[in-house]
Design a protein around this ligand. Structure first.
Ligand code: SAM
Length: 313
């Protein structure tokens, strides 16, 4: 039985057809589930995202509420934490992302009104922070046509934000081992009208996908912390085989603010998995707190650590 609180959301008007489409029994989800269940590799070996987790922790149709995808009230996040985070971003927002990206409250997300004045959400703030990490480490805004693969992309949160903030990117691909997530990201990226820059790849197509697409950067955010080590190994081997040069990982904040990379196993143990990266030739080039100011790392929204690995030649 799940010890997590039930999902919640802020009711808002939904786009036409959303209530009929965004349902757990949508035939497209049923079809994807069957396809993913028939895979014989370890990609879809679920430990965190069990059937029970999915059925109790995703809220249809308000998938952007506080639920399995993005913890907004959980992690003890309150208005002050959002204010501190917004102030932190404002003090270093050299690309003007707080102006460029907005929060409209769609699909039940929790909105916070900060002194900017600016309406923010965890979706918005986390995405800006992640984009700045990539900007600082890789010079994203000066890397035209970079191709990105987001593994465990959820409903497409970062895909939407990055495609909007940096139209110079090549393609942002989303892949996920959970049928509901594949379905939701496809729906959401269409809704946000960013499909000229983003594409969703089904799990059973991802190996073939690499035959036609060169990926420069893989991303895994708050996902491997909820996966089995066997599944993580499968993903790491896949990107290594396909010569993906960079890999950004963000673990859940957990007990120690993401200072370690741990999986979750069937017996609820949480072994380290960083050895899988080194064994597969990925060298750690950066590991830094989500917030570089120690006071904000204490008081900001869901403090964790950001990791960047590079494939050794
Ligand atoms: C907490 S959500 C994070 C979503 C997204 N990365 C974000 O930060 O908004 C965890 C994601 O991991 C995905 N996931 C669960 N098990 C997975 C697996 N074995 N392989 C890849 N993704 C998985 C879930 O479907 C979900 O999209």
């Amino acid at each position: 039985m799940s010890l997590l609180p039930p999902p919640s959301y802020v009711a808002s008007s939904l786009p036409e057809g959303a209530s009929e489409t965004l349902r757990a029994d949508n035939p497209r989800i049923v079809d994807l589930k069957q396809r993913y269940a028939s895979l014989e590799n370890a990609s879809a070996h679920y430990t965190g995202w069990t059937d029970e987790h999915i059925s109790t922790q995703i809220e249809w149709p308000y998938f952007r509420g506080d639920n399995a995808y993005v913890w907004q009230l959980r992690d003890a996040n309150e208005h002050d934490n959002y204010q501190i985070t917004a102030d932190y971003i404002k003090s270093r927002d050299r690309l003007g992302l707080l102006d460029k990206l907005t929060e409209d409250g769609a699909f039940g997300v929790y909105q916070y009104h900060t002194d900017e004045p600016k309406t923010v959400s965890r979706d918005l703030l986390d995405s800006i922070l992640e984009i700045y990490f990539l900007e600082d480490q890789l010079g994203l805004s000066n890397w035209p046509n970079i191709n990105i693969l987001d593994i465990g992309a959820g409903y497409g949160r970062l895909a939407h934000r990055l495609a909007t903030a940096m139209p110079n990117i090549g393609q942002y691909f989303c892949v996920d081992a959970v049928a509901e997530s594949t379905f939701l990201s496809d729906y959401y990226l269409n809704y946000r009208q960013v499909t000229h820059k983003t594409k969703v790849v089904a799990l059973d197509e991802v190996e073939n996908f690499f035959q036609k697409n060169q990926i420069d950067l893989a991303i895994n955010i708050h996902s491997f912390s909820e996966c089995a080590i066997a599944s993580i190994e499968w993903w790491v081997k896949l990107i290594r085989k396909n010569q993906v040069k960079y890999f950004m990982i963000v673990p859940n904040c957990g007990r120690n603010q993401g200072q370690e990379l741990t999986s979750i196993e069937n017996d609820r143990t949480e072994p380290l998995y960083d050895h899988l990266l080194t064994e597969n030739n990925y060298e750690l080039v950066c590991r830094q707190p989500k917030f570089l100011d120690p006071k904000v790392q204490t008081g900001g929204v869901s403090p964790t650590h950001y990791y960047l690995y590079k494939l050794a030649i």
